[in-house]
Design a protein around this ligand. Structure first.
Ligand SMILES: Nc1nc2c(c(=O)[nH]1)N[C@H]1C(S)=C(S)[C@@H](COP(=O)(O)O)O[C@H]1N2
Ligand SMILES: [Mo]
Length: 335
């Protein structure tokens, strides 16, 4: 590893972005005709929008300010501007183009929203996600995000540890894996009505983790980014974030979590098993059959299409924390 990667606790939204980036971010946001609200939320637990304009770049769904504990400094990470995080997405249910989700998901009804936890647990249950957001104690997590398509971002998520949440339901000793499911509602979701729009994925989108991966403190359920609730295109109101894995593991708009004994099916693996594995750990040494994974295009501050080619790090830079989970595994075989 050439770049020293700080522990996640060393990172903070306010400190990761140099002054010049704030200037660029402002111009990008202005260029897209949105408000300045996002600029003021750095590290903040404050829900006030001084400019009275909290609208995101492309959407009509208002995002609510969240209360959360901020992270500490991360001098080596530069945040991807909010307007890019919310306008360059993969959410095939709303189309396969990068701007399709922002354009087509604004009507998604995200409130109310319930999440059911069932399967190998002593106490199955259904929670009101909006109530959960105000009860559970949210924290900021600034993570690198590496898509399997070889682009990356740095995103200031707001959320909570999946492991702590799952403990509430008391997993049984038979729980070996965790299966996740996205909302299935073809009336609302165009890609679920039309295979062409939805990119040929079998819906609902499903994902899974091994139990130890799910319980790892880096694994979060995110309910916000840049200090506010998630916009629909980023998986509102609740989505998974596993920072050492390729982005497709981060399933969006989750309605169900099942604890199970056997490895569950996952959407991209079903579609192309030779290209996308269950583990999907970021690994510069294991290429995708159709492209190299050794480097990535980092989408950072600057002009709308400014990208920087950089090396991809093993486990996306989180190896110190997670490599031990895979110590006896051949990562070429279990890609
Ligand atoms: N339900 C669902 N979840 C999904 C996807 C999707 O198409 N549908 N795309 C995945 C992929 S490939 C990536 S890279 C991330 C992108 O998250 P972002 O748009 O918030 O950056 O979401 C993941 N979660
Ligand atoms: Mo992705």
């Amino acid at each position: 590893m050439l770049i020293k990667t700080p522990a996640r606790s060393d990172l903070s939204e306010a400190q990761t972005t140099p002054e010049t980036a704030y200037v660029s971010r402002r111009s990008v946001i202005r260029g897209l005709g949105a408000g300045l609200g996002g600029l003021l939320m750095s590290g903040g637990a404050v829900g006030m929008d001084l400019f009275g304009s909290d609208k995101q770049a492309s959407g009509s769904a208002p995002r609510k300010p969240l209360q959360f504990s901020p992270q500490k400094p991360a001098p080596d990470l530069v945040l991807t501007p909010e307007a890019k995080v919310t306008n360059h997405n993969n959410f095939y249910e709303f189309g396969t183009g990068k701007t399709d989700p922002a354009e087509n998901s604004q009507g998604l009804k995200i409130e109310p929203w319930t999440l059911t936890v069932e399967g190998e647990v002593e106490k199955p249950g259904t929670v009101d996600v909006w109530k959960l957001m105000s009860d559970i104690g949210l924290e900021e997590r600034i993570y690198r995000m590496r898509c399997v398509e070889a682009w990356s971002m740095v995103i200031p998520w707001v959320g909570f540890e999946l492991g702590k949440f799952l403990q509430r339901f008391q997993p049984t000793s038979r729980a070996k894996y965790v299966a996740f499911q996205t909302l299935y509602d073809p009336e609302q979701i165009p890609g679920q009505r039309n295979r062409y729009i939805g990119g040929g994925v079998d819906y609902p989108y499903v994902e899974g983790l091994r139990m130890d991966e799910a319980m790892h403190p880096l694994t979060i359920l995110s309910v916000g980014l840049y200090g506010k609730t998630l916009p629909p295109q980023n998986g509102a109101p609740i989505r998974l974030v596993v920072p050492w894995k390729y982005g497709f593991k981060g399933i969006k708009s989750i309605v169900k979590i099942q604890l199970v004994e056997k490895m569950p099916p996952t959407s991209w693996n079903k579609l192309a098993p030779n290209e996308y594995g269950f583990y999907a750990n970021v690994n510069p040494d294991v290429d995708h059959p159709r492209w190299s994974q050794a480097s990535e295009r980092y989408i950072g501050p600057g002009g709308l299409f400014s990208v920087k080619r950089q090396e991809t790090l093993p486990f996306n830079g989180y190896g110190d924390e997670v490599a031990s989970l895979y110590k006896n595994m051949d990562l070429r075989k279990f890609y």
